[in-house]
Write a protein that binds this ligand. Structure first.
Ligand SMILES: [Zn+2]
Ligand SMILES: [Zn+2]
Length: 385
């Protein structure tokens, strides 16, 4: 790469137990999900139990799924491990249901490009823990965003990401688990909006099982016009020429609330965003993006990360992908009326959102009152509406 190695000021301390674990038994046969059929999944909630995510994916009519292996917006306090019995039950049930691939999305706080030493150390540690949990759950892929470069140059940031991934994946037997670096929408100082940049990161990770996850909404927001037929062709050519399509086993299928090149990450239901149904039909039926050789990649998965604003949005998005892929007949049956967002949860969410809004308004009024004359004043009554 010709880039300076980034010295680590704080060496993260890993659990020594991870270093001496026996290597998982190598699989002699390819996993059942690599049968040449298209894999369609959704990000499923682990609320309550890891097993719930499997049941949700099945009831929604998926044959693949993505999960978080822990809370995505908190640093893990205490043990980051999954109890062996829970992990074993999860692996057994997943095998029964034939769901695959299993994708884990890493915590959003992880910033592998961080220049700030404390944040970087924390990020490497958390990334390492993600890998440990991924192996325990028998995951196929761990998706991680490259991070945000802050004041660093793009070149420095790429070098930092490479070094962070190397550090975090050191001394752990990954078995079949592969790391996928995801392209970004290019919000703020996000690394990885350009496919070339993603390719540079992967080029620096030759000795790590690292590939790419491509998100359609991020592509579009980053300026790749996958909505038009010619734009899709040139984008596919560019992926081929930089990363290599054979190194993109997972595609995040999200429509975008943001127009082409808007550089903001906002997902939309399939067909209801700026990319649109027609473009998704082209994407889902494109032989080079398919799940069977010779043109496609065996076992390739399209995974939804679409919003669930109304009960049933999740089920409808899954059905839409099967339909636009031209595979409605072959799709696994969904459970009628099932949604991860029930009417009861929706009610609680609405109530919480309203309360939060009111609290925020109250604080604002109180601050204003305080600032107006320097003396603390009773917060004015707020009109509710
Ligand atoms: Zn994504
Ligand atoms: Zn996104």
């Amino acid at each position: 790469m010709g880039m300076p190695e980034q010295p680590l000021t704080h060496v993260p301390e890993f659990d020594p137990e991870d270093e001496y674990r026996p290597e998982p038994e190598p699989e002699l046969l390819p996993p059942t999900w690599m049968d040449g059929s298209l894999r369609i999944g959704i990000h499923a909630s682990i609320a309550g139990s890891y097993l719930n995510a499997l049941e949700s994916a099945r009831k929604l009519g998926c044959n693949a799924l993505q999960i978080f292996s822990a809370s995505p917006r908190m640093w893990q306090a205490g043990s980051a491990r999954i109890p062996d019995a829970d992990a074993a039950a999860f692996r057994a049930r997943r095998a029964e249901l034939g769901l695959g691939p299993l994708v884990i999305h890493a915590n959003y706080l992880i910033n592998l490009a961080a220049a700030q030493p404390m944040l970087r150390t924390r990020s490497i540690q958390a990334f390492h823990d993600e890998l440990v949990r991924g192996v325990a759950l028998g995951a196929d892929f761990l998706v991680v965003h490259p991070g945000s470069r802050g004041e660093a140059t793009p070149e420095q940031a790429v070098a930092t990401v490479i070094e962070s991934v190397k550090q975090g994946s050191k001394r752990i037997s990954l078995g079949n688990l592969r790391i996928l670096i995801e392209n970004t929408a290019g919000m703020g100082a996000a690394v990885g909006a350009r496919l070339e940049e993603l390719a540079e990161i992967l080029a620096g990770l030759r000795n790590v099982p690292a590939e790419a996850c491509i998100d359609t909404a991020h592509l579009f927001a980053a300026g790749y016009d996958i909505k038009s037929e010619t734009g899709l062709t040139s984008t596919i050519d560019l992926i081929e020429g930089t990363i290599g399509l054979e190194r993109v086993p997972v595609i995040h299928a999200n429509d975008s609330k943001i127009p082409l090149g808007g550089r903001v990450d906002r997902h939309e239901n399939i067909g209801e965003g700026k990319i649109g149904a027609e473009a998704f039909a082209r994407i889902l039926t494109h032989p080079r993006l398919g799940a069977s050789a010779p043109q496609g990649l065996t076992g390739r998965a399209f995974v939804l990360e679409t919003p669930i604003d109304q009960p049933g949005d999740d089920r409808r998005n899954v059905a839409k992908l099967w339909e636009l892929a031209g595979l409605r007949e072959q799709a696994p049956p969904a459970e009628k009326g099932f949604s991860m967002l029930t009417a009861a949860i929706k009610k609680i969410q609405t109530r919480t959102a309203k309360a939060e809004k009111a609290a925020a308004r109250k604080t604002k009024v109180a601050i204003k009152a305080k600032a107006s004359d320097g003396k603390p004043k009773k917060a004015r009554k707020i009109k509710r509406g």
